[in-house]
Design a protein around this ligand. Structure first.
Ligand code: HEC
Ligand code: HEC
Ligand code: HEC
Ligand code: HEC
Ligand code: HEC
Length: 380
């Protein structure tokens, strides 16, 4: 089951598209996740055991709550999503929410109250990952807890658990043979999959629920190694994916910019580690270049400089690059009258927020040529 947006829009979005990865998916991830229904009789005397909001889980699982509430899963009902959601046909709205707020209760609330009720809609909350028909699921069975027995769910420790939202299936939008969202397949082809290193191993260290990724400098530093040298005829840089179990970055929206420069700013050269796309009404999607780094891949860069010149190397990460520069600015014209005033304001806010996520990952200052190859100095 795939649904497409009206033609003009369909090509346009990056993130959008069509969930509906129902085929071949574990039934645990049927979406929307069916309404939980009435709580078991033994629990109904105690609202703490029947209420499934993250705030209630927090009472007894404060550590998981603290991590999760800072994560993007908690914030997936973002201004960028909410700003445009109401402008789509209902079927498309449902497709979006299948990943951004997958519980049927959330969908119902959205359909009943729209933007006005959005503050109350759970995004990807505890219950979305852990609770089905009021039964809590975890990595192991536990016979007795305040909320009844825990059902063992082996899937929860497997990469397949994350795939429904982090991988487009065969019916999703693919360009140049690669789905726009292809994280699970990239992982599957890597040595990490062969070694049993899962999404959870890297993204939930010590069972943390912070789900850190490219928005977090420390996490990105673990993925990207950069070395820089002064050589006789200029600067040399090697950048490699040493720690991400998929392409770095895995999505089409972030950009990592490696900039080699003379100390006074010239000459200079930039290399973008990114998958660069273009969309026009005439041609649809095109891939201009795919310069992401697959696991264990390196790229070598050089900049010619006179021997007496100092140089520098900067590595800048823009996690929301395409949203900030292209998608949010272009949406108002594309959505036209279907976009409400409130939607417009949310998209403007989303654009601003996406721009603020940029950070400098590495800085090196490089000496003049002193007769031998020398590493550049890494600055804090
Ligand atoms: C009144 C306290 C309380 C509330 C509220 C509560 N839990 Fe629990 N939960 C527990 C206790 C106690 C355990 C058992 C821990 C153990 O034995 O290691 C548990 C176990 C779990 C487990 C299995 C953990 C494991 O170690 O494998 C999961 C998953 C879980 N709860 C999810 C939730 C979710 C989701 C919510 C909110 C919808 C929630 N809990 C609300 C007390 C609570
Ligand atoms: C995106 C899915 C996702 C969300 C959202 C999520 N969890 Fe989890 N949770 C997991 C996974 C996966 C594991 C198992 C990790 C492992 O064992 O490697 C887990 C494990 C747990 C455990 C067992 C921890 C342990 O140390 O064994 C508890 C308790 C728990 N989660 C509670 C919560 C609570 C409370 C929330 C909301 C504040 C929450 N989870 C939100 C995916 C999620
Ligand atoms: C298959 C799951 C999936 C579906 C379906 C989906 N998204 Fe997303 N979306 C993601 C993931 C994963 C990210 C984070 C990666 C990224 O930034 O591309 C994301 C990011 C976004 C972002 C940027 C981050 C933010 O929240 O501000 C927006 C906006 C967005 N999606 C809107 C939509 C809209 C609108 C739809 C429906 C037309 C949609 N998405 C459908 C999974 C999905
Ligand atoms: C070997 C460790 C490792 C494994 C395995 C791994 N990741 Fe990552 N992941 C990272 C690191 C480090 C980053 C930060 C750098 C980056 O963006 O690639 C990251 C980034 C991300 C991002 C941020 C968006 C982006 O464009 O990069 C998402 C989403 C993500 N991972 C999801 C997953 C999923 C889903 C899986 C399993 C299919 C997975 N990861 C497996 C280490 C890993
Ligand atoms: C129900 C859908 C869903 C499931 C299941 C899910 N995710 Fe996500 N995930 C998303 C969406 C949507 C976003 C983007 C939220 C946003 O920015 O609006 C996201 C964001 C992330 C990010 C943040 C990356 C960054 O940009 O910094 C990481 C890491 C991540 N997910 C890892 C995982 C892992 C690991 C699992 C499995 C344990 C998992 N996710 C399961 C939907 C999901």
């Amino acid at each position: 089951m795939v649904r497409w947006l009206p033609l003009t829009l369909s090509g346009w979005f990056l993130s959008l598209v069509l969930a509906a990865a129902d085929d071949g998916l574990d039934p645990y991830w049927t979406r929307p996740i069916p309404a939980q229904g009435p709580a078991p009789a033994w629990a109904t005397a105690n609202p703490v055991l029947t209420d499934l909001s993250a705030e209630t889980c927090r009472l007894c699982h404060p550590a998981q709550f603290a991590d999760w509430s800072a994560s993007l899963h908690a914030r997936a009902m973002s201004p960028g999503l909410l700003g445009q959601l109401g402008a789509f046909a209902l079927d498309t709205q449902r497709d979006c929410l299948a990943c951004h707020a997958p519980r049927e209760e959330s969908l119902d609330h959205w359909e009943a109250h729209g933007l006005a009720g959005a503050g109350k809609i759970a995004a990807i909350d505890c219950a979305a990952c852990h609770v089905r028909a009021h039964v809590r699921h975890g990595p192991r069975a536990i016979a007795q807890t305040p909320h009844g027995p825990i059902a063992a769910l082996p899937l929860i420790r497997q990469a397949e658990f994350c795939a429904p939202c982090h991988q487009f299936d065969a019916t999703g939008l693919a360009v140049n043979g690669k789905p726009l969202e292809n994280t699970f397949a990239e992982w599957q082809a890597s040595r990490y999959a062969r070694a049993g290193v899962t999404c959870q191993t890297c993204h939930m260290p010590d069972r943390s629920h912070a789900f850190k990724g490219i928005h977090d400098p420390e996490t990105t530093r673990r993925a990207l190694s950069v070395r820089a040298w002064r050589v006789r005829d200029g600067l040399r840089v090697r950048a490699g994916n040493v720690g991400a179990g998929h392409a770095l970055p895995t999505y089409v929206t972030p950009r990592i910019l490696v900039r080699l420069q003379g100390a006074d700013g010239t000459p200079s050269r930039e290399h973008a580690i990114a998958r660069r796309m273009r969309w026009t009404a005439q041609t649809g999607w095109e891939e201009l270049a795919d310069d992401r780094l697959l696991p264990d891949r390196w790229v070598d860069l050089a900049l010619p400089l006179p021997p007496q010149s100092l140089g520098r190397v900067r590595v800048e990460v823009e996690p929301g690059y395409d949203y900030h520069r292209r998608i949010y600015p272009a949406l108002p014209a594309l959505l036209g009258e279907r976009l409400s005033g409130a939607g417009l304001a949310l998209l403007e806010r989303a654009r601003e927020l996406a721009g603020r996520t940029a950070y400098t990952l590495y800085r090196f200052d490089c000496p003049a040529w002193g007769g031998a190859e020398e590493p550049c100095h890494a600055l804090p």
